[in-house]
Design a protein around this ligand. Structure first.
Ligand code: NAP
Ligand code: ZN
Ligand code: ZN
Length: 366
């Protein structure tokens, strides 16, 4: 019996209520209004009224089934993993939150809690694997988990984050994925004052990387394919901007970077960026293009360069990032939209036409 079948049977008894949501029914259908089942909160669960949900490029990849070889999409698909909401119910065992609190949910809603990764607070690497906020097996109700393009969500308190009242809720929503996905590798590779750091791609993740690397004291250079974003890059805190299609501009930076974070969502040439690293420098991929990217190994051999990857961040680190952002006044630059504009927003996101994150105002779903 497959895991999903077992879960479906096990979940048949789960108590549920109906919630409103926006879902895609196929890779080409776009998203439309629907109703979904959510579990009734258990003693350890928190129910949030979703106030704002960011639109990540991963939502688009998943809805359009662009990752079909690694993470095929199960339809209907309710995306959304940058969720800020108000607690409307806290189960009797919930300790860290109470009704009325501002809270958040990111890319994960559960994990095994016992494997080495979980014990180290790196639930994103759970052997289980982790239960992602959408398109993961739902062990409670069967089928798959449904994300934040919805009026409410029910999550175990261990996977719910506290949000400071100092953070503006719409601008805070993208921190739950774009924020932590850039914060975590910058911290892991110890980006600090005196270092030269490159950010490739100025989109949702890229603009957060510029703000965060700047806050850690690094000298930040943005690589963009969009000459029109140069002024914004400087306003966001970059010290220099390179239009990556210009070979002469790229040449000026050969062998000079300590660390480069690549946030590009489409297939592109990595080798040009490897050449920009210093000896022992690291290029870390967070962007997740659907097809493999060829690597010329000589760029790695000479100067002992490293090519790495990073996936979101653990729950403890996500809370640390939210607290850091509250302390330093860092939020995302957002374009708030009603949910009815979601398909238009996806088309614009596919073209790189967003400054710098769409966030859905869920009040529009009522
Ligand atoms: P986004 O807002 O669309 O930004 C991506 C940027 O990449 C664009 O703004 C554009 O920047 C650049 N770009 C797009 N097409 C390009 C091309 N053909 N060649 C070169 N550059 C191109 O997307 P996002 O939400 O930041 O997400 C970026 C990627 O990270 C996606 O693949 C997403 O799935 C992935 N992701 C990974 C994780 C993780 O845990 N690793 C978490 C979240 C998202 P310019 O206009 O400046 O060139
Ligand atoms: Zn995301
Ligand atoms: Zn685990």
């Amino acid at each position: 019996m497959s895991e999903t079948t077992q879960a479906t049977l096990a979940g048949a008894t789960g108590k549920a209520y109906e919630a409103r949501a926006y879902a895609a029914s196929s890779a080409s259908s776009g998203l439309a209004s629907t109703r979904i089942r959510r579990r009734e909160p258990r003693p350890q669960d928190v129910r949030l009224e979703v106030l704002f949900c960011g639109v990540c490029h991963s939502d688009l990849h998943q809805v359009r089934n662009e990752w079909q070889n690694t993470m095929p999409t199960v339809y209907p698909c309710v995306p959304g993993h940058e969720i800020v909401g108000r607690v409307t119910k806290a189960g009797r065992d919930v300790r860290k939150l109470k009704e009325g609190d501002l809270a958040a949910v990111g890319c994960m809603v559960d994990s095994c809690r016992t494997c080495a990764a979980c014990r180290e607070g790196q639930e994103q690497f759970c052997d289980g694997p982790a239960t992602f906020t959408y398109n993961s097996t739902d062990i409670h109700l069967g089928g798959v988990t449904y994300g934040g393009y919805s009026d409410s969500i029910v999550v175990d308190e261990a996977f719910v984050l506290r949000v400071s009242d100092r953070l503006e809720p719409a601008g805070a929503a993208p921190l739950l994925c774009a924020g932590i996905t850039t914060y975590s590798p910058l911290r892991h590779w110890n980006v600090r004052k005196g270092q030269k750091v490159g950010v490739v791609g100025l989109g949702g993740l890229g603009h957060m990387a510029v703000k965060l690397a700047g806050a850690f004291g690094a000298r930040v250079v943005v690589f963009t394919t969009s000459a029109g974003k140069a002024e914004d890059a400087m306003r966001l805190g970059a010290h220099d901007v390179v239009v990556s299609r210009n070979a002469a501009e790229m040449q000026k930076h050969l062998g000079s970077f300590d660390f480069i974070l690549d946030t590009v969502s489409a297939v592109h040439d990595l080798n040009a960026y490897l050449e920009l690293l210093k000896r022992d420098g690291t290029l870390t991929m967070v962007g997740a293009p659907e097809a493999p990217l060829p690597v010329g190994v000589f760029s790695l051999l000479f100067r002992r360069r490293r090519l790495a990857g990073s996936l979101i961040g653990g729950i403890r680190e996500t809370q640390e990032m939210l607290d850091f952002c509250a302390e330093h006044g860092i939020t995302s630059d957002v374009e708030v939209i009603p949910v009815q504009k979601i398909n238009e927003a996806y088309d614009r996101l596919a073209k790189g036409d967003v400054k710098y994150r769409f966030v859905v105002d869920m009040a529009s779903l009522k």
